[in-house]
Design a protein around this ligand. Structure first.
Ligand code: ADP
Ligand code: ZN
Length: 211
């Protein structure tokens, strides 16, 4: 299975991606997670990305596209992959399409998680992130919902001022890729409402109807 998730920040892409990747036995490739890991490790890539991430802006395409193409040449993508957080604009979508076409491994589905804007702000400003594994938990939680680690923090870009900018960037730059994948005939949309397990079930049902 070769697919990607699209949806605004706070739609639960990262959470669903973990379950879907496990279900299909494919790697979960999150550009946000890769950037954060590089930031933590103090690599050049991390240092390049930091200022953009802190402002809620997109990291430049030149950096991001090369990073994803490199990741997609690893052995573990033989069975497919799940991209989370990429592409984030139409230019990235074009680069991805060309890269996959060249490798004769076109995308099979773009799964959109749809959610109302009011709900997003509520979720993001109260979300806490696990330093060990990157999973999200609700504010007030003492341990990670995924690995039970106790080191939870609020991402710099989950602070209210930055959330507003991320939502604008999503609307202006990322949401046009929904029409892009609609035109490609591979868009599937499910509402990001209900429990995590209910949303995963809906996603798997939608994906099982693929030709
Ligand atoms: P969320 O989906 O919760 O907004 P992510 O973890 O996917 O957050 O991304 C965090 C930040 O990393 C983004 O705001 C952006 O600065 C950077 N980033 C992630 N993916 C991309 C991408 N495909 N292109 C450019 N920047 C990206
Ligand atoms: Zn964890």
């Amino acid at each position: 299975m070769r697919l990607l998730l699209v949806g605004p920040p706070g739609a639960g892409k990262g959470t669903q991606a973990q379950f879907l990747a496990a279900h299909y036995s494919i790697p979960h490739i999150s550009t946000g997670d890769i950037f954060r890991a590089n930031l933590k490790a103090g690599t050049d890539l991390g240092n390049q990305a930091k200022a953009f991430m802190d402002r809620g802006e997109l990291v430049p395409d030149s950096v991001t596209n090369d990073m994803v193409k490199d990741r997609l040449t690893h052995d573990d993508v033989a069975n497919g992959f799940l991209l989370d957080g990429y592409p984030r604009n139409v230019a990235q979508a074009d680069v991805l399409r060309a890269f996959l076409a060249e490798n004769k491994t076109p995308l099979q589905a773009a799964l959109e998680l749809s959610i109302a804007p009011e709900e997003i702000i509520k979720r993001l400003s109260s979300r806490r992130t696990c330093r060990a594994c990157g999973a999200s938990s609700a504010a007030g939680a003492t341990n990670c919902s995924s690995c039970n680690g106790a080191d939870l923090y609020q991402r710099e870009d989950d602070k209210e001022e930055v959330i507003a900018r991320r939502l604008e960037v999503y609307k202006e730059q990322t949401s046009p890729i929904i029409a892009f994948y609609q035109n490609e005939g591979i868009l599937l949309t499910i509402p990001a409402l209900g429990t995590v397990a209910q949303i995963t079930d809906q996603a798997i049902t939608a994906l099982s109807k693929l030709a």
